[in-house]
Design a protein around this ligand. Sequence first.
Ligand SMILES: *Cc1c(COP(=O)(O)O)cnc(C)c1O
Length: 409
Amino acid sequence: MMSKLQNTTESLNSHSFNTLAIHAGQAPDPLTGAVIPPIYQTSTFVQDGINVLRNGHEYSRGSNPTRNGFETQLATLEAGHAGFAFASGIAAEDALLRAVLEPGDHIVLGADGYGGTNRLINRLHGKWGITNTPVDITDLGAVAAAVQPGKTALLWVETPSNPLLGIADLAGWAKIAQEAGALLVVDNTFATPFLQRPITLGADAVVHSTTKYIGGHSDVLGGAVIVADKIFRGQSLAETVGFQQFAGGAVAGPQDCFLAARGLKTLGLRMERHCSNAAVIAQWLQHRDEVSAVLYPGLESHPGHELAKTQADGFGGIVSLQFAGGEAAARAFAESTELFALSVSLGGVESLICYSSEMTHASVIGTKLEIPKDLVRLSVGIEQVEDLLADLELGLSAARNASLAEASV
Ligand SMILES: *Cc1c(COP(=O)(O)O)cnc(C)c1O
């Protein structure tokens, strides 16, 4: 039996983001006064009589105070109605899809998105008769045209997108979803709730890989679904997703929730630095001959710049760039930096560099969703920006040499 929802957001909303990040769902322990709520490392809870539960807790797959505290903290920051934490971002996405879809449903899927989301929807959910139409996230006409009346149950979009940094008009997507009687799901991993709150723009659900900026230190895997107060197919989304979490069981453990909650407390400070470092780096790269394009929504030259300014409070910490010297230059750059570690993932305090086409997006090679081979993605960390620029200089010099070597062949 599922205990009553433990993770509905509190009415703390008169406070600002950085205050809520520290206090929502994170009240001191009432029993001991411990300022930091304890990690409830327990699988089960003693009952005061048969089915007489203390505060609704029975078994940690159904509810656990450490998980519930984190769920409340994140749902509050996303201006959502309820939040649910899972073992990974993909587990969260899978749970949401299973919770709301029925066999034969259709999804309008933003084409420029996380490779693993595409793989999940096509290869796992495809088997159960779920179909999808990939669409250009920046083209609302194409989004509307992709809707199959009576069949489309879900619109799914990521903005800024990965790794092309496209900007989708979330209010526009929400309107199309609403007219179709479908749900709008936004993957808010790149922007984070500090910069963008999709539920306030009309989204019905937000998903996160809390592995990234929310955890923030590259030391924990996790995911979350945050839902609006919404009825879909006759049931509240919070109940549907809550039941899936309990019955499907892909829950986040208490240690992981503790780490994610601790990370979330400093999200605002970290994002400010990620954004300012990324802006400096994007500007700097723009003036380099080795670089043919810099993709960063904070640049005035970016086609989504004005839109990003209206729907988000900043442009994020991810910068992608393309090389005049093509694939050879991109590969040499990605393999030659020292502070920027060659690695998948993003959103930690440390800078990472990724050759997207063969690392994060290998699953779409050979399809029309494949990533250009001259593209490298930077997850700009919070180190001192001058040190990061010096490190990128090493990469650019390797890119130049690779281009020269190739030209002389
Ligand atoms: C990493 C990522 C995911 C998947 O999350 P995991 O925690 O790796 O399972 C989903 N969406 C985006 C945008 C991501 O960056």
